[in-house]
Design a protein around this ligand. Structure first.
Ligand code: GLC
Length: 656
């Protein structure tokens, strides 16, 4: 049995915890600032303290916790720079600012995009030209040395990765970006720290306060019980969820890699410490926090320890806290989970409008790839209609086709059974084979990732362009194949630009960068196949674009830029407009309507390499009326009452 000190589950009685050193006294607030703070506290306190009481009420003196929280928030509000306070005011008055159709995101590793932080501003014109208003710097806080899971094993949350620069550099770049109308998003890894983090090292050295921040066990009794229902995240390189450390005689909960120690969110100190990190970084100019791997925050015996209700209370509490001390920031949840579990991250029921502002729409991403492989959109239509509400309060999805991670084939048995004709395991196997290129006739050039012999599941790596057929077509000098691949990519970008939510372009996808196998030569990266789709930016290719060179990079770039430009000019594509999935009855066309106040935009996508015609009536539109296609700006001709879509065609229709 684990001893009390290891506290595998919620402790029964409040325990005295060793206090941390007292912070320096806050700068006194002037009366106006003090009044603003009080009003914000009053506004948010019930929505902040309510969830915290549900989580910690039994183990903590809530009055004391509330007082500590208020002090912490006030201290960081007092320190917040004037220009960020101005941003707070603006966004407090317009809390739906990020739902505007002008929002476009772009995601990159600082070194792979620019070099160091100081080199980033030189590329602001490139980003502006593409239409970008939000950039996600992939993990940029100081990681552990060596393999750091791409920076997701953070050793110091108050320092920038020295390879990229310093915190002062970050602040300067953030200010410059802000002036250019670009918000910076960074990763905040809150489910675990690197084992080299100061707290983990203190825990290792026996410090009681620090040990309570992690999940440690004296023997394997509890780990074995938990393992009965847990899944494995990296079965290849890091099997199991616990690690034994003989030097300290403890098992440590390590969901991801051995060097990533899970934090113990049952301890309110973890909440306070994480919040303090967020406030610190917000005051340096972070505007969007990508809260990493949030599904895993809470553990409960007998479950897979993902998506538990307490996670939603914790996320709401973090969000309501930032609404007090830095309301200019928003939170994005990274929960790569099945559709039924995903929706609650954008706030449902008592959390509506109060939890995360953004969440990755990984189901849209998976369904895009699934329909592209099969040429059949019925599963996509079924899943999108079944699980997803038409909209959210003060929240929307981040829509994307590729990111730095692998694609996990989140296709459920139940959904396949409801549709008929396919099975979950069968379709998942088909997709993995299609995208590793082994399925006969596949256009994709990806690779398997994390084969799990217990479940038979494989995930997939590969860049957008390589998975969409560009690599294979170029290798075969297949001109028609290149054209099809370009259109698959542009259809994907048109889909994420119109679906509702902030479209995120993954660096290089706008110029069709292919898989990069160079990572195999770097011992710190070689074991992680995801580096295959994390290439370096090809600035030479960009230079060639500006010299007017034709080719796939130029076509994809011009097409993507144009799609994003049209998005910005189309108010029906704002994220506050509902997204209503249409059941067109057409097996190859995916469609939805965006019913805005003035008029409805109808979007349709052909997922095949053949021409398709979909009845206007099935799209809910009258073919006798005049329509314009927004991307091309051309009038629409309905032939025989049908809308014609060329191979991988996309159409955004509005009545004129
Ligand atoms: C997130 C990241 C992924 C990382 C994991 C563990 O899922 O996107 O790259 O491996 O968290 O931190």
């Amino acid at each position: 049995m684990a001893t009390a000190e290891t506290a595998p589950t919620r402790p029964k009685t409040p325990r005295a915890r060793k206090a941390k050193p007292k912070p320096a006294a806050a700068r006194p607030l002037d009366p106006a600032e003090s009044q603003i703070f009080d009003l914000r506290w009053q506004r948010s306190a019930p929505h902040l303290l309510g969830p915290l009481a549900r989580i910690y009420g039994e183990v903590t003196d809530m009055d004391a916790l509330s007082a500590r929280l208020r002090d912490l928030l006030e201290r960081y509000w007092a320190e917040r720079p004037a220009d960020l306070k101005a941003l707070d005011l603006e966004r407090d008055l317009n809390p739906d600012w990020f739902l505007d159709q002008s929002m476009v995101g772009y995601v990159f590793y600082i070194d792979r995009f620019a070099g160091t932080l100081r080199d980033v501003p030189a590329h602001i014109p490139y980003l502006k030209d593409l239409g970008v208003t939000y950039v996600h710097f992939m993990p940029c806080l100081k990681p552990r040395p060596g393999d750091s899971d791409g920076g997701y094993a953070v050793a110091d949350y108050r320092e920038i990765d020295p390879r990229y620069g310093t915190m002062a550099d970050f602040e300067a770049v953030a200010a410059e970006m802000r002036k250019a109308g670009i918000s910076i998003c960074i990763d905040l890894v809150l489910s675990h720290t690197a084992k080299e983090h100061e707290s983990a090292e203190k825990a290792r050295a026996g410090d009681a306060y620090s040990r309570d921040l992690y999940r440690m066990f004296d023997d394997d009794t509890m780990p074995k019980l938990y393992e009965r229902s847990l899944l494995e995240i990296f079965p290849d390189q890091a099997p199991g969820n616990f690690t034994w450390y003989p030097d300290i005689g403890k098992w440590v909960w390590t969901t991801f890699n051995e060097f990533q120690w899970d934090l113990n969110w049952e301890n309110p100190e973890v909440f306070l410490n994480t919040l303090e990190t967020i406030l610190y970084l917000a005051n340096r100019g972070v505007e969007v926090f990508r809260l990493d791997a949030v599904a895993f925050l809470w553990k409960q015996m007998g479950t897979i320890c993902q998506n538990l209700p307490q996670v939603h209370d914790l996320l709401q509490a973090l969000r309501q806290a930032t609404r007090v001390a830095c309301p200019g920031v928003i939170h994005k949840a990274e929960a790569i989970v099945g559709p039924a579990d995903l929706v609650p991250y954008l706030g449902q029921g008592r959390h509506a409008g109060r939890e995360s502002n953004l969440a990755y729409h990984n189901n849209l991403m998976v369904q895009y790839w699934s329909s592209l492989a099969s040429g059949d959109t019925r599963l996509m239509t079924h899943v999108m209609r079944k699980y997803f509400p038409e909209g959210f309060r003060n929240a929307c999805f981040a829509t994307y086709i590729r990111c730095h991670d692998d694609i996990g084939w989140a296709i459920t048995e139940e959904d396949c059974a409801e549709l008929g004709g396919i099975t979950g395991p069968g379709h998942r196997t088909f997709l993995a084979n299609f995208y590793n290129g082994s399925f006969p006739g596949s256009f994709a050039r990806g690779a398997d990732f994390q084969y799990n012999p217990l479940t038979g599941d494989r995930r997939t790596n590969g860049s957008f362009a390589s998975l969409a057929g560009l690599e294979a077509a170029l290798a075969a000098s297949d001109v028609h194949g290149v054209d099809l691949a370009v259109n698959r990519i542009l259809m994907g970008h048109a889909l994420i630009a119109s679906f509702g939510g902030i479209p995120l372009i993954y660096m290089g996808d706008e110029i069709g960068l292919l898989n990069d196998h160079g990572y195999r030569d770097d011992p710190d990266l070689a074991a992680d196949g995801r580096w295959m789709h994390r290439p370096f930016m090809d600035w030479d290719a960009v230079a060639r674009l500006s010299h007017g060179e034709a080719g796939p990079a130029a076509w994809i770039h011009a097409g993507t830029r144009h799609i994003l430009d049209r998005r910005k000019a189309t108010p029906e594509l704002a994220s506050w407009v509902p997204t209503r999935i249409l059941d067109t009855g057409h097996p190859h066309v995916f469609a939805f309507a965006r019913p805005a106040d003035e008029r409805t935009l109808t979007a349709a996508f052909n997922f095949t390499g053949q021409h398709q015609t979909v009845a206007a009536a099935a799209l809910g539109i009258d073919p006798h009326l005049a329509f314009e296609e927004v991307i091309t700006g051309r009038p629409v001709a309905f032939h025989g009452g049908g809308l014609h879509l060329p191979p991988y065609g996309r159409a955004w229709l509005v009545p004129v």
